[in-house]
Design a protein around this ligand. Structure first.
Ligand code: PLP
Length: 409
């Protein structure tokens, strides 16, 4: 028998979303007439804008003609898309060049795969609560011991983000090599301030650490003074890798396209202590294991950056953010403490009455027929919190808020 990678057996059993699915199925089987409203999983619901569909169609047409047919494309993405992405960063005050952009089929893969280019004994810091992919991929790679009863893995450095610290993680007291930051944050909806990000860049420089900055929700920032890209922060080009996605920005969760920026100036060290370019390593990794995103989809992604594309995505984002406002304000009226939901499509709330996240999940499901996500599923510091997503059809969002208000919690 082949020996398995036993690190997989350390993964905490019962991933969050399957468990939610199980409880919802059990409830609907027992209550077939209940109209369940799902504001749990963060998946978009509005259709792809026409300008993007047309660009995808045009790409498909090109593949139908011998003169314009394309086979394998460049693993890092087509130049037209890499350049459009770089120009977009520049327009946000972030210095990124086209050849520093790696186009991919998702930020889940990129944030999950990036750890491969670092040593297996790298010390890793994550926020708590956290997007689970950062943690699980480091567990699979063997950078941790077993999980304790609260689900925390031995060897990982957890940085709590709670109401008490304003969702602003403290610098770790021990040395770490890799720091995962996500802003605007999934699940808390919090945005890291310019000062906080400068603190992290300074820490990374002083400690030769690398920041893995996930800005999958940057397009949801409506205040122009807030930071969208880590490269707006002086010094970040030496210490940070940034991940972005078209998923929540442009409705691409099923289409699949994202990108990662690895500046040519960001370095790691080899075992002899010599500096090595992370750009070179990531390029080597991608060219070995990835064969690029399909041409029509890259054409569709490029259309996102046209004036029509920008107008279209602003409209859908405004729709989701109006949902977020309705949830935020409705729940606040109901006396529930709510956070986030201003520059992010997630509302993070404190379960009323000192009950656990899962108890609140069961209460909402059974009494209001509304599905959300228990905060404890994102980490032990998420216990007692709950996430509602603004990705829903308006009438369902309004109905869900009314039902929650009617519970008189
Ligand atoms: N990063 C964060 C913080 C996310 O919330 C998500 C999706 O929910 C992703 C990355 C994954 O995005 P993609 O659809 O590009 O894989």
């Amino acid at each position: 028998m082949a020996k398995i990678n036993s690190n997989y057996q350390k993964l905490a059993a019962g991933y969050l979303f399957p468990e939610i699915g199980r409880r919802v199925s059990a409830f609907t089987a027992a209550n077939p007439d209940a109209k369940v409203i799902r504001l749990g999983i963060g998946d978009v619901v509005l259709p792809l804008p026409e300008v993007i569909r047309k660009a995808i169609d045009a790409g498909v047409e090109e593949l139908g003609q011998i003169s314009t047919f394309k086979g394998y494309g460049p693993e890092q993405g087509y130049e037209f898309l890499r350049q459009a992405i770089a120009d977009h960063f520049q327009s946000q005050g972030a210095d990124v060049a086209a050849d520093e952009v790696f186009v991919s089929d998702g930020s889940k893969c990129d944030t999950g795969n990036i750890q491969e280019i670092f040593s297996t004994d790298a010390a890793v810091a994550v926020t708590d609560p956290v997007y689970p992919v950062y943690v699980d991929t480091n567990v699979m790679a063997g950078r941790t011991g077993a999980a304790d009863a609260s689900g925390r893995y031995e060897g990982l450095v957890y940085m709590p983000c709670t109401v008490e610290n304003g969702f602003d993680p403290e610098l770790p007291s021990e040395h770490v090599d890799l720091i995962y930051l996500c802003s605007p944050n999934n699940p808390t909806g919090a945005v890291l301030s310019r000062e906080a990000l400068q603190k992290w860049v300074d820490y990374a420089k002083a400690n030769e650490a690398i920041i893995l900055f996930d800005s999958a929700y940057e397009a949801y920032i409506s205040d122009p003074s807030l930071v969208r890209s880590i490269y707006e922060i002086p010094g970040a080009r030496d210490v940070a890798i940034e991940f972005r996605s078209f998923s929540k920005t442009a409705g691409f969760t099923g289409v699949r396209c994202a990108y990662t920026v690895v500046p040519k100036t960001v370095m790691g060290r080899n075992e002899s202590g010599e500096l090595v370019s992370l750009h070179t390593l990531w390029s080597r990794r991608q060219t070995t294991k990835f064969n690029g995103v399909s041409y029509p989809i890259q054409k569709g992604a490029a259309a996102v950056f046209t004036p029509e594309g920008q107008a279209a995505i602003k409209e859908t984002i405004a729709y989701y953010m109006e949902n977020a406002r309705l949830i935020r304000e409705g729940l606040a009226e109901a006396g529930i403490a709510v956070y986030g939901g201003v520059h992010a499509p997630y509302i993070w709330l404190r379960a009323p009455g000192n009950i656990t996240s899962w108890e609140f999940f069961d209460l909402l499901l059974s009494k209001a027929h509304v599905v959300g996500t228990p905060g404890s599923g994102f980490g032990s510091s998420g216990e007692g919190y709950f996430r509602l997503s603004a990705f829903g059809v308006r009438e369902n969002v309004v109905e869900a808020v009314n039902r929650i208000k009617a519970l008189k919690l």
